[in-house]
Design a protein around this ligand. Structure first.
Ligand code: B12
Length: 231
């Protein structure tokens, strides 16, 4: 292969991004790290690298996973490569002089181990000035309750990527209602199989389609909360 070995730094931006989609597909961690660094050196904004090179690459992986062309072990490698790229971008996205906005506790629900989207939401929220407490994956009601009690967040975020795990969000929200703490929190939910209707049905304040929408929605709710407290 040495004859046609690709030198990433010699590719145009467009070809490099294309190559990164292929490298993410092939689960090549080091190449993804290198590509991420090259785009940053070329002056790309971290958010643009994230969305156009990494998230778009993972979207393509998702299609072939769905169609049975890729399997779990391969997708795990893709996920690891994606996370390596994200960890380069994380400090850049978090380096912000945005005013402090509030606190969010976020976690993936019980039975679900998907965490890339949740991590991305956490990164973007940090970048927007929120303090983020990440509970990781596979959280049951008790884990959420304990974190809410300890951290006293303004926002609770729940992530689910499986149609089998998303109903668990209702279990959590119903428990918050029982404990009469539901209205103390802004509850935001997200994950690929969810939609607005589902968010309403489980009693969340909002469903957010992606990390950017989450930031806007969170800011909006926080400012409304402050306004109503001022009255
Ligand atoms: C990567 C991946 C995996 C990796 C996960 C690695 C990891 N560390 O996360 C691995 C290989 C482990 C995996 C395992 C499985 N997976 Co999987 N996986 C995916 C894949 C390809 C990509 C998910 C992803 O990371 N996307 C990129 C991120 C950036 O997008 P996102 O997660 O949607 O997040 C964005 C928004 O949704 C939103 N968001 C997300 N979370 C939150 C939270 C809040 C609070 C808010 C406001 C917003 C928000 O903002 C994010 C950023 O913009 C999807 C395909 C897809 N279409 O989603 C399948 C997919 C989710 N997996 C699927 C399946 C079936 C499985 C397995 C059951 C496979 C198996 N047979 O074992 C297991 C389940 C394991 C488990 N118990 O959880 C199915 C689910 C089908 C369904 N309808 O339920 C999918 C849709 C693939 C498919 N079409 O078949 N998977």
């Amino acid at each position: 292969m040495s004859d046609d070995e690709i030198i990433l730094s010699e590719l145009s931006d467009e070809d490099l991004v294309q190559q990164m989609h292929d490298d993410l597909y092939d689960g090549l961690k080091e190449e993804i790290e290198e590509g991420t660094n090259i785009l940053l050196e070329r002056g790309w904004a971290p958010y643009k690298v994230l969305t156009e090179a990494l998230v778009e690459g993972m979207r393509i992986v998702g299609i072939d996973f769905r169609d049975g062309i890729l399997f779990v072990p391969e997708v795990l490698l893709s996920a690891n490569a994606m996370k390596a790229g994200m960890s380069i971008l994380r400090p850049l996205l978090a380096a912000t002089d945005a005013p402090k906005q509030g606190k969010m506790v976020i976690g993936t629900v019980k039975g679900d181990i998907h965490d890339i989207g949740k991590n991305l939401v956490g990164m973007m929220m940090e970048g927007a000035g929120f303090e983020v407490v990440d509970l990781g994956i596979n959280n049951d009601v008790d884990a959420y309750l304990a974190a809410i009690e300890k951290e006293q967040p303004d926002i609770l975020g729940m992530s689910a990527l499986l149609t089998t795990t998303m109903p668990y969000m209702k279990v959590v929200i119903d428990t918050l209602k029982e404990k009469q703490i539901r209205d103390d929190l802004i509850v935001l939910v997200g994950g690929a199989p969810l939609n607005e209707e589902f968010g309403k049905a489980v009693g969340a304040d909002a469903y957010c389609r992606d990390a950017a929408v989450t930031v806007e929605t969170a800011k909006d709710f926080i400012s409304r909360k402050h306004n109503s407290m001022g009255r």
